[in-house]
Design a protein around this ligand. Structure first.
Ligand SMILES: NC(=O)c1ccc[n+]([C@@H]2O[C@H](COP(=O)([O-])OP(=O)(O)OC[C@H]3O[C@@H](n4cnc5c(N)ncnc54)[C@H](O)[C@@H]3O)[C@@H](O)[C@H]2O)c1
Length: 265
């Protein structure tokens, strides 16, 4: 059987006419995802809490010919999430793709973290995926859309000094599989990306805190078999695959995009 779909035979951009919501899109991996999905033809709802960075990201994307609109909301606050989804649906008329990317890391293990630290990380990284996915669901049902969650290699192999972060990322991987099962009857695919180290403001802050930044960068590059950490756009390319019809038969997977850092022992 020959299948005909929007990306075969040069029929136009892969995501033409699609609307994508990207959380945590003002910088880092979220901005990389927004840029790659936008370059593939999608209109982008850029979602973040950092208003200044969000506006500058929207300007940057528009200057590259991408239709991008900023929305300010905290993914861990249900009333703000519901209002943002309503505003996005009002602006764009539909939602085809949701990239649940917003997240943060505090570098704290069980001895350093207190209850407030635990709640902040879990609420942003994990509860945020629940709240945004739930609010977007009626729209994704209408479009038989796709969700891409941002996990981490940390959710697969763990990481020292990151108790709540590790738990949140492991939770995202498990939740991806739950959502894939629950939403398959609606034609909604749900997948997860597990990046290794990626060059972003979050990672650059960590490098800056190390006693010898250059040595830390060289070490982190060296633990990746491909010899370097990722650029944000390289994670965006995986998001494009999972969000597009290229992955029409892929659901419930956690895909490592990590330069091989989780290989070997
Ligand atoms: N950088 C890496 O090496 C790496 C590796 C694996 C996974 N990740 C994951 O990728 C995602 C993005 O990481 P990054 O490195 O680009 O981080 P970043 O800090 O550079 O960017 C994250 C963005 O999310 C926004 N954000 C934070 N909390 C928010 C909230 N409550 N509501 C809305 N927006 C919020 C921030 O304002 C920021 O713009 C995170 O989920 C992170 O855990 C990052």
């Amino acid at each position: 059987m020959t299948e005909s779909h929007s990306l075969a035979g040069g029929a136009g951009p892969i995501l033409a006419e699609r609307v994508a919501v990207v959380t945590g899109a003002a910088k880092g991996i979220g901005l990389g995802c927004a840029r790659i999905l936008g370059a593939a033809g999608a209109a982008i709802a850029l979602w973040d809490i950092d208003e200044a960075a969000l506006n500058s990201a929207a300007e940057q994307l528009r200057s590259q010919g991408i239709k991008a609109q900023p929305f300010i909301a905290d993914v861990s606050q249900s009333s703000a999430v519901d209002a943002a989804i309503a505003a996005i649906a009002g602006e764009f008329g539909k939602i085809d793709i949701l990239v649940n990317n917003a997240g943060t890391h505090d570098g704290k293990g069980i001895e350093e973290a207190d209850e407030a630290d635990w709640s902040r990380i879990i609420d942003t990284n994990l509860k945020g995926v629940f709240l945004v996915s739930k609010a977007a669901l009626p729209h994704l049902k209408e479009t038989r859309g796709a969700i891409v969650n941002m996990g981490s290699m940390v959710g697969l192999v763990g990481q020292g000094k990151s108790g709540a972060y590790s738990a949140s990322k492991g939770g995202i991987i498990a939740m991806t599989k739950n959502l894939a099962l629950d939403l398959a009857p609606y034609g909604i695919r749900v997948n997860c990306i597990c990046p290794g180290w990626v060059e972003t403001p979050l990672v650059n802050q960590w490098f800056a805190l190390q006693p010898d930044e250059a040595e830390a960068r060289a070490y982190v590059d060296s633990i990746h078999p491909l010899g370097r950490i990722a650029a944000a756009d390289e994670i965006g390319k995986a998001a494009l695959f999972l969000a597009s019809d290229l992955a029409s038969y892929v659901t419930g997977v956690a895909i490592e995009v990590d330069g091989g850092v989780t290989l070997g022992y």
